[in-house]
Write a protein that binds this ligand. Structure first.
Ligand code: AMP
Length: 611
């Protein structure tokens, strides 16, 4: 026991909400779960980028460069977790786990700075509807970031941990979680300090990003009516449009209409054209209605699966940024006759729950005990015995049924197809369909050397064990001989198809070291003033006052020259100068110093031509 206490003192377990759009970290500080901020920002955009000189940037800086350099920036990587793909970032390629690891590592650093000690353990949340592969990929991302993932918990479950945690009476909640990329709903029972998930349903490809996409399609269609130019087809205009639409969507949560206007968004037939479209809330709601309706159907299904009736459900809790959408709240209110409520802050609730679970696992009694459920049915491919002789048919033999409380273990006995069979290949599937092929193949286990014993009878026991994290272990045993084989499901078999875990980790460390060098360079450049006074990075924007930094004397001179020349300019020349000055100012304000050399050259050329 003493050892345990010492461990917890030495090694905190942080909670991470690794979101599609934003990520947040929380942990126990002075007996309370606290969200950790950096420069006053609790939310880290889940975006990763490489600057033009291949330095890694994570969070707001990467978000800032998304529209200008989409090919050097990756957003919404969570939607690709569990896929065996390589994503391009500049001229390098990374797996979804590696990109997620970059975000996790940034949050780990944030926690280390705040706590003043090394952090090596974490609880990470995932959408309830993430499958085995996606969970395994998340675990792998944690390991790559130098974090031992103590537990993976479902996002709506995490949110419910902070809600009503201390309530003595029994309550049943609908936890409706609509984020940037995913949707989840859980029916949860809270009683005597225990949070029990009764059922879960969701869609890992439905979220606020899809609302943005629909709005962007609508706006792009209006624009192309006027200019026969598809803003979504060109990467330079696509990202500007997408960001403008995300901002407009958020505004439509409080305004009845919104004007989407982007100056000089495209050059068509040599002419700079601006975007200016107004969208009403009614119009926007018509665009997204069918998506919101899909979430309502999921809620219906989750309630049915929980075995509860509507009258037994006490509250409807909202989690995730997209629940700010008025249509979401209205449809939920109409359909379920409950006033939807936000659990704490919808952006921070999941991280606070993860932090609570982390503290609990480290031995601090700060929250309720969690009982979660399996979110998918799991089974194997088998030959139906009914049709064995005449017309053999492959069927889905379910072993573990959805919504079983975790951890759980189920087993069943099968028989080899032929009496002298020496090998069986067990294909493991996940899904709810009776039709085998409509489900997802998640792994294959091979049992060899069978039938060698004299007592062999062809009986094979197949056992499924699902951990608290929802990670599946499949074991097959030949009954007569005891020959056994196990498989832990991770199709995310390796982080990068051509690399081992260690190689991948080393590569990421190099990428990070480069970025740390970059940060040091930024800081030293900013501090490099003639009087030696230390100034912040944003001081680069003080150029018009004549306070030059030693790194940009030429750019300062050009800016001053452009400003002197500006009153004498008209038409395109005036517009070009204004545009460039604005871009330079924005790059400085947003600390995107990597854009400055290109802008400097452009301004130099323009002034040469104008003079
Ligand atoms: P989360 O994954 O919980 O951080 O949610 C992020 C999603 O919430 C993104 O798609 C945001 O655009 C969306 N979001 C944030 N604020 C609002 C708002 N005021 N109205 C509608 N959607 C929002």
């Amino acid at each position: 026991m003493n050892l345990n206490t010492m461990n917890t003192e030495l090694s905190p377990i942080i909670g991470i909400d690794l979101g599609t759009t934003n990520s947040v970290v929380a942990t126990l500080i002075d007996g309370k779960i606290e969200v950790l901020s950096e420069d006053g920002e609790a939310i880290l955009p889940s975006i990763v980028g490489l600057t033009l000189d291949n330095k890694l940037i994570v969070g707001q800086a990467a978000k800032n460069q998304l529209a200008a350099f989409p090919e050097r920036t990756i957003s919404s990587v969570k939607r690709r977790m569990g896929e065996s793909v390589q994503l391009s970032l500049g001229d390098q390629k990374f797996s979804p786990q590696e990109i997620s690891a970059m975000i996790l590592r940034r949050l780990k650093q944030r926690a280390e700075t705040r706590l003043g000690c090394e952090v090596t353990r974490a609880v990470i949340t995932v959408p309830a509807f993430f499958d085995e592969n996606q969970r395994q990929a998340t675990r792998e991302a944690g390991a790559l970031a130098g974090l031992q993932v103590e537990r993976i918990i479902n996002e709506p479950t995490a949110a419910s941990l902070v809600y009503h945690a201390g309530t003595p009476e029994r309550k049943h909640l609908i936890v409706y979680d609509l984020g940037g990329g995913t949707f989840d709903v859980s029916i949860v029972r809270i009683e005597d300090g225990v949070v029990e998930v009764l059922s879960s349903k969701g869609d890992t490809r439905l979220g606020g990003d899809d609302f943005d996409e629909l709005l962007a399609k609508h706006v792009a269609a209006e624009f192309s009516n006027a200019y026969t130019f598809d803003l979504l087809e060109h990467s330079s205009t696509r990202w500007r449009l997408m960001q403008a639409c995300e901002r407009a969507k958020c505004e439509l949560s409080t305004a009845s209409s919104v004007r989407i206007s982007e100056e000089f968004i495209a050059t068509i037939n040599g002419e700079s054209v601006s975007l200016d479209v107004t969208v009403g809330r009614d119009e926007y709601e018509r665009l997204i209605a069918s998506l919101v309706q899909r979430t309502i159907e999921c809620v219906d299904e989750a309630i049915r699966d929980s075995g509860l009736t509507m009258s037994q459900l006490d509250e409807l809790i909202l989690v995730g940024g997209s629940t700010r959408t008025p249509l979401v709240q209205r449809l939920l209110r109409e359909e379920f006759h409950r006033e939807p409520k936000w659990s704490v802050n919808p952006d921070l609730a999941v991280a606070l729950g993860a932090g609570t679970q982390g503290a609990m696992q480290a031995g601090h009694a700060v929250g309720p005990v969690l009982i979660d459920v399996a979110t998918h049915t799991l089974g194997i491919e088998a030959l139906s015995t009914d049709s064995y002789d005449s017309n053999p048919k492959l069927v889905y033999a379910r072993l573990l049924v959805r919504n079983s409380p975790l951890p759980c273990r189920f087993e069943d006995i099968f028989r080899t197809v032929t009496p002298d069979q020496s090998v069986v290949e067990i294909n493991v599937y996940q899904g709810e369909s009776d039709e085998l092929t409509h489900n997802t193949l998640i792994g294959t286990l091979r049992l060899e050397g069978l039938n060698a014993s004299s007592t062999a009878d062809g009986f094979i026991l197949v056992r499924f064990e699902l951990t608290l994290d929802g990670i599946l272990k499949v074991t097959a045993i030949e009954r007569a001989s005891g020959i056994a084989q196990s498989l832990q499901i991770h199709n995310a078999l390796r982080t990068n198809q051509s690399m081992t875990h260690e190689e991948s980790q080393e590569r990421l460390t190099n990428v990070f070291n480069q970025s740390e060098g970059f940060r040091a360079w930024v800081a030293s450049s900013a501090a490099d003033t003639s009087d030696g006074e230390e100034i912040e990075v944003t001081e680069f924007s003080r150029m018009d006052s004549g306070a030059e930094t030693s790194k940009q004397p030429k750019l300062n001179q050009l800016i001053n020259k452009a400003k002197q020349l500006r009153p004498s300019l008209v038409g395109d020349d005036a517009e070009d100068v204004d545009r460039l000055l604005e871009q330079i100012e924005r790059a400085m304000q947003d600390e995107q110093i990597e854009f400055l050399p290109g802008l400097e050259d452009e301004l130099d050329d323009l002034l040469f031509y104008l003079q």
